[in-house]
Design a protein around this ligand. Structure first.
Ligand code: FE
Ligand code: FE
Ligand code: FE
Length: 211
């Protein structure tokens, strides 16, 4: 009797799965079907999870980079924008953790090469511009917008993918973050246009020689 039971447990064949007459006597073999979906990841699900790990790393990295941007910025408005976005970023990290939980996965960060590169580039422009100059602010705004655009691409794509895969709650959460990144991008444009760009252009005249 014991031998028969082990054999039955291992058999994966779903004979008579479509029949409506489910007999209570076969309750031993029915346990596996409920957990099947969460354990079996399709190629696309794996990609989705890896992408979430990537953006999770990126956001965490930004919590270290944004204070550096803030410190390097000259104008108060830009400093404030970086400070505000740091708070938003922390909420976005919590939101990603919520997403991992919904998906039944451990929140794990996987190095995002792009974000590392973008923040390195930002550090370079800080080094190459003069402290206290509006030119440095212009450079910082563009660096920050490159970051936001990367995030917009990531969250936009993943939100849409989650929707396609029927994960509406995940899609909504990703969509919220997407909107925040877009707002930040627009705010940075506004700061540049009113009117750090102009101020930077004016300070550029210092080395002009007069006749
Ligand atoms: Fe973000
Ligand atoms: Fe990445
Ligand atoms: Fe952002």
């Amino acid at each position: 009797m014991a031998k028969q039971a082990t054999k039955a447990k291992k058999s994966s064949g779903r004979s008579g799965g479509s029949s409506s007459s489910s007999n209570k006597s076969s309750n031993k073999s029915s346990a596996s079907s409920a957990t099947m979906t969460s354990e079996q990841n399709t190629m696309l699900e794996k990609f989705m999870i890896d992408s979430l790990k990537d953006i999770y790393w990126a956001e965490k990295h930004l919590t270290k980079a944004l204070p550096k941007f803030e410190k390097a910025a000259t104008s108060q408005e830009l400093k404030q924008a970086f400070q505000d976005h740091l708070e938003v970023t922390e909420e976005q990290i919590a939101r990603l953790e919520q997403i991992f939980e919904i998906m039944g996965k451990k929140a794990q960060a996987k190095k995002c090469e792009a974000m590392e590169g973008l923040s390195k580039e930002a550090e370079t422009v800080i080094e190459e511009t003069e402290k206290g100059s509006k030119t440095r602010d212009v450079a910082l705004i563009i660096s920050a917008q490159k970051v936001e655009h990367y995030e917009i691409a990531a969250y936009g794509g993943l939100a849409q993918l989650a929707r396609t895969m029927g994960m509406n709650e995940v899609a909504d959460l990703l969509g919220q973050t997407l909107e925040e990144e877009k707002e930040t991008d627009q705010l940075l444009t506004q700061i540049a246009e009113n009117d750090i760009n102009l101020q930077a252009e004016e300070e550029g005249g210092e080395e002009e020689t007069e006749e």
